[in-house]
Design a binder for this molecule. Structure first.
Ligand code: PHE
Length: 465
């Protein structure tokens, strides 16, 4: 006999867990950069509109699929419609591909937190520190494995004692840290050879729309950037929201929770902008914003903390702890998508499923680390970026497999089963589905077309640049 499925104890538990998944490295290291690059307020506006339409549609669909089927991503799609197992497989392969490198990056964050705590912050800001760390033989592996073990431990504890109770502590702590650092960032100013730059001037780069001189193709770049970012930021198309949705009680109000998850994720992304853009602008000028991802987080930002003087170390500790919390609540959600799939498919215990995935992720994570030394090579991705193993896994999962899963989800719900499946699930306790018409048009027409364009762009078929 299979044991009864666990469920989140209340909607706050669910919202914080799902928001914990959504709020991750993407919010912190990519959103501010895109906003600065793509016309400031214009990007924010496009992003908000897409969040309320496109993001809302996909998030609602996945959570509803989870709650309706009470199944993991691997088994949910075939339960909805016979013959649709392949999307389930894909929705399980994506997190299996993401987890190893996400843990390696989580290890990098941990290394920087430790460096700041132990007073190594000046070294961390020096040129070459990051490269010599990630190309080292054992240190990145050790940190990556510790991060993976922490993730496995939380998942082993289960839905309530693990995911829910950790999210209830880490997410409020994260929010307090982000708000605190944002306020601090706004108070900064720096006299750089006669001209004084202030945090409030930096804030203008984020919020004031810059549209003069923009061509149509520039605007399309903004839209595609915002869509790609949103998609990743909401943790959609990697099985996670299906898995978490399957733990939501039938009596819970899904629509209310979905709105809160979106507000949380978008709110933290905007706050990350307020936190990072003014600080980088004050100490490095507008050019400082030209990097994103690891370059921003592990090279530029430590230099900003160094330029702040004595208080920089303290703010740096808080910052890297905050990033660590964001990464951990995301990585547990990735692992849960996999573990729940193994449990449902093979009818094995949580403990065994976690142990199996630990071994798989461990091997792949070590390979990712070796990609910076023994297995180093240079591969050119369709978007022109030079890639190592980590970037290839990231590109294949995010830019190719995730749009495919999302397109198939739209086709299944929009055309094969009809949107009523999701609408009925969301309104099963008599709730009001506020954006029903919009949902139907989005899931059937707009979302699949937009996703298809995103996919073609990832294959390098065309580019708006
Ligand atoms: N949504 C997370 C972010 O914005 C990223 C993430 C990726 C989360 C993969 C879970 C799984 O950073």
């Amino acid at each position: 006999m299979q044991k009864e499925r666990h469920s989140f104890s209340n909607s706050i538990g669910f919202v914080l867990a799902a928001a914990g998944s959504a709020v991750g490295l993407g919010n912190i290291w990519r959103f501010p950069y895109l906003a600065a690059k793509d016309g400031g307020g214009l990007f924010l506006l496009v992003y908000l509109i897409l969040a309320l339409t496109f993001g809302f549609t996909l998030l609602t669909s996945e959570i509803a699929i989870g709650r309706k089927t009470k199944q993991s991503p691997l088994t949910a799609y075939s339960k909805l419609k016979e013959g649709w197992k392949p999307i389930g497989i894909l929705a399980c392969v994506v997190p299996m591909m993401i987890l190893p490198y996400y843990c390696v990056i989580g290890g990098w964050v941990m290394k920087y937190a430790v460096a700041f705590i132990t007073g190594d912050n000046a070294a961390a800001a020096s040129d070459g520190y990051f490269t010599s760390f990630i190309t080292a033989d054992t240190e990145p592996m050790v940190y990556g494995v510790i991060f993976l073990l922490m993730t496995c431990f939380i998942i082993y504890l289960g839905v309530n004692k693990g995911i829910e109770s950790f999210s209830k502590i880490l997410m409020p702590a994260l929010l307090i840290l982000v708000i605190g650092i944002s306020i601090f960032s706004l108070t900064l100013s720096n006299n750089d050879g006669g001209s004084v730059r202030t945090g409030l001037q930096g804030l203008k780069i984020l919020f004031i729309p810059r549209i003069s001189g923009m061509s149509v193709s520039d605007v399309l770049v903004v839209v595609m950037d915002a869509m790609g970012q949103l998609f990743y930021s909401l943790s959609i198309a990697m099985g996670i929201m299906v898995a978490y949705g399957s733990y939501v009680k039938d009596e819970a109000n899904l629509m209310g929770s979905i709105n809160q998850i979106e507000i949380f994720d978008t709110g933290v992304a905007f706050l990350a902008g307020v936190m990072i853009i003014p600080a980088v602008f004050v100490f490095m000028g507008e050019e400082g914003m030209s990097s994103s991802g690891p370059g921003l987080m592990f090279i530029s930002i430590p230099k900003v903390f160094e330029a702040m003087g004595g208080i920089g170390r303290f703010i740096g500790i808080l910052f890297f702890l905050m990033v660590l919390f964001a990464a951990l609540t995301s990585s547990i959600s990735i692992l849960e998508a996999i573990v729940s799939s193994f449990m449902d498919q093979f009818k094995i215990s949580r403990r065994r499923a976690t142990a199996i995935e630990f071994v798989i992720a461990l091997v792949l994570a070590l390979l990712v680390c070796l990609g910076y030394n023994k297995l180093y090579f240079e591969f050119s991705l369709p978007n022109g970026v030079t890639a190592q193993i980590l970037d290839i896994m990231d590109y294949v999962s995010n830019n190719i497999l995730m749009p495919i899963v999302a397109i198939c989800t739209c086709l299944l719900i929009g055309w094969v089963l009809t949107p009523d499946v999701v609408i009925d699930e969301v309104t099963r306790n008599g709730e009001n589905f506020q954006r029903k018409k919009l949902y139907i048009v989005m899931i059937r027409f707009v979302a699949p077309v937009m996703l298809f364009i995103l996919l073609l762009q990832s294959f390098g078929v065309f580019s708006f640049l």
